[in-house]
Design a protein around this ligand. Structure first.
Ligand code: NAD
Length: 370
């Protein structure tokens, strides 16, 4: 198969969808890989490394879209790319269609086959192509929180791990899923006093078993949250209710009960946030202050560490991309229910219920195309 990897053109997106190591895996199976020049620069991969791995470099994005049977990307196509997507071309990337009507209409008009990373789903209902970014964001939330706890950055001026004779910072994590578990590991490793809250008792039992002694688990309830916020220095929002806006677990009136300089990192900002006063920020201007409480609400946290994020993402996507290249999308989706669930739009028709419902557009069962 002919595979095309365009350079990401969304603002501040430095990740790339295939690494030189991925190119080797494709080419040794007989596929051809075309990479747009400098596509890997932001993640530390040069054109020369891609060429040595067996890829061919193309000078423009239009040439990549023009030659490829399968486009592999990171972010959804943005407006200048809409007209480049072709009929019957397979596009494998994050789409997040349900929150983007113009994109959905553009992909319907293109006639392309859109297989979305975010809806590829394993039999245990986990989302294997979302997990790596949650791992990155969870670990980063503690790094960022520790930084903004410093006094010059308007925090309380407390060191996460303390020192002998001085207590460590107290870190509270709302939600013990992928983000929350990774945040807890980092905070505990740095010596902080960590509390994780979740509604799922099974999950709390598991975390209690595997976490070190400086991590405590708590049932999530308004009462417990109100009691804990007054004494915690760093609060991380990491809840998810699939397909719904995150619940406001920390309301505006609670800010006055926090110590001045408390830092809130709301990782769930991309689902509306679990802190009422959360509004999306960028890496250029990541924080704002309300009632002396520092808010960090960057919607694409992994974008700040493209080297790690690219490797984390491609480690997860490559096995699926290889199946698609080796078998073609129809056979690959017939053989793998995980991949089949990733199909969102095919030849001008919406084949994913959530997307058709989001825009009240017609739905076609995917089986029509398989
Ligand atoms: N900002 C970013 O850059 C970024 C990056 C990756 C993920 N995210 C977001 O982070 C959030 C968490 O993702 P995840 O992968 O950890 O999800 P997950 O499904 O693995 O975990 C969510 C957890 O929240 C718990 N939960 C639900 N309601 C709760 C409540 N009321 N109180 C306490 N816990 C509750 C669930 O039981 C679950 O354990 C999502 O909104 C995701 O989109 C953001």
């Amino acid at each position: 198969m002919i595979i095309g990897v365009p350079k990401e053109i969304k603002n501040n997106e430095n990740r790339v969808a295939v690494t030189p190591s991925g190119v080797v895996e494709f080419t040794k199976r007989g596929h051809e890989v075309y990479i747009q020049t400098t596509a890997g620069d932001g993640s530390g991969f040069t054109d020369d490394q891609y060429t040595e791995a067996g890829a061919k470099i193309l000078p423009t994005i239009a040439e990549v879209y023009d030659i490829a049977e399968m486009i592999i990307k990171v972010k959804e196509p943005i407006e200048p790319e809409y007209k480049l997507c072709k009929k019957d071309q397979l596009i494998f990337t994050y789409f997040h269609f349900a929150s983007h009507e113009p994109l959905t209409k553009a992909m319907i008009d293109s006639g392309a086959v859109c297989l979305a990373y975010e809806t590829v789903e394993s039999s245990d209902r986990s989302l294997p192509l979302l997990i790596p970014m949650s791992e990155v964001a969870g670990r980063m939330s503690v790094q960022e929180g520790a930084k903004y706890l410093e006094k010059p950055l308007k925090g309380r001026g407390i060191l996460l791990g303390g020192v002998p004779g001085v207590r460590p910072a107290k870190v509270m994590i709302l939600g013990g899923g992928v983000v929350g578990t990774n945040a807890a590991k980092m905070a505990a490793g740095m010596g902080a006093d960590v509390t994780i809250l979740d509604l799922n008792l099974q999950r709390l039992r598991y975390l209690d078993d595997v976490m070190p002694a400086n991590v405590n688990t708590f049932m999530s309830s308004e009462y417990n949250i109100r009691e804990l916020i007054a004494t915690h220095d760093l609060i991380i929002g990491a809840v998810l209710i699939p397909g719904a806006k995150a619940p406001n677990l920390i309301t505006k009136d609670m800010l006055k009960d926090m110590q001045p300089g408390t830092v809130l990192v709301d990782v769930a900002v991309d689902q509306g946030g679990c802190i009422e006063t959360c509004k999306p920020t960028t890496h250029q201007d990541p924080t704002y202050i309300i009632e002396d409480v520092v808010h960090y609400c960057v919607a694409n946290m992994p974008g700040a560490v493209p080297y790690t994020s690219t490797l984390a993402l491609t480690n997860a996507t490559l096995p699926y991309a290889l199946q698609l290249a080796n078998k073609g999308w129809k056979q690959a989706c017939n053989d793998s229910n995980e991949l089949k669930l990733g199909l969102n739009v095919i030849s001008g028709e919406i084949v994913y219920k959530g997307v058709s419902e989001a825009f009240d557009m017609p739905y076609t069962p995917v089986e029509k195309f398989l």
